[in-house]
Design a protein around this ligand. Structure first.
Ligand SMILES: [Fe+2]
Ligand SMILES: [Fe+2]
Length: 182
């Protein structure tokens, strides 16, 4: 490793950043849900309102973990969220991009734990890595449905009314959430 390179962020620093990322994702999904509400697409809206709560739970799982392991923890502000869209495929594309970015972030946190020899940290990250596989797959499916529906947006609603896309229900292996799971 080159001595001039900036030190890579520690596991604890990356976790702290991830709290912000998860809260930002949560807020972005509220913005997406509201756009769907505004365009009379209640199934999509409901799907993203629930997804927003999931991201909030992810943030508070990390907070709970930091409390348990005496790592520094603060509740951050969030990054900008996007509210302007033309059609459903734009929102789902943004969501898929966001989930892929989160997957890369989770991988980096896992690698930092491994580099530090923090086996407890590695173990904590495993659930999030599994969760990301599911979330990227779900968003991919939703994007396929949106592309196939074209201008007939109600086809997406019909599909969601028939199929529980990505609605797996409670997960017994999930880490504890500060304040309890919502
Ligand atoms: Fe998340
Ligand atoms: Fe997610």
């Amino acid at each position: 490793m080159s001595s001039s390179a900036a030190p890579s962020p520690s596991f604890a620093e990356l976790l702290a950043t991830q709290v912000r990322n998860e809260f930002t994702a949560s807020q972005q999904y509220i913005a997406i849900a509201i756009w769907f509400d505004d365009h009379d697409l209640p199934r999509l809206a409901g799907r993203f309102h629930r997804q927003s709560v999931e991201e909030r739970n992810h943030a508070l799982m990390i907070v709970r973990y930091c409390l348990d392991r005496d790592l520094p923890v603060q509740i951050p502000g969030i990054d900008e969220v996007r509210n302007t869209f033309e059609k459903p495929v734009d929102l789902i594309t943004l969501s898929l991009t966001q989930e892929k970015a989160v997957t890369a972030q989770m991988e980096a946190i896992f690698r930092a734990a491994r580099a530090e020899g923090d086996v407890l940290g590695e173990q904590f990250m495993l659930w999030f890595l599994k969760e990301q596989v599911e979330e990227v797959a779900t968003m991919n499916t939703l994007l396929t449905i949106c592309v196939r529906a074209g201008d007939d947006w109600f086809q997406i609603e019909d599909h969601l009314a028939r199929e529980a896309v990505g609605e797996a229900g409670p997960d017994a292996d999930a880490p504890a959430v500060a304040g309890g799971l919502l």
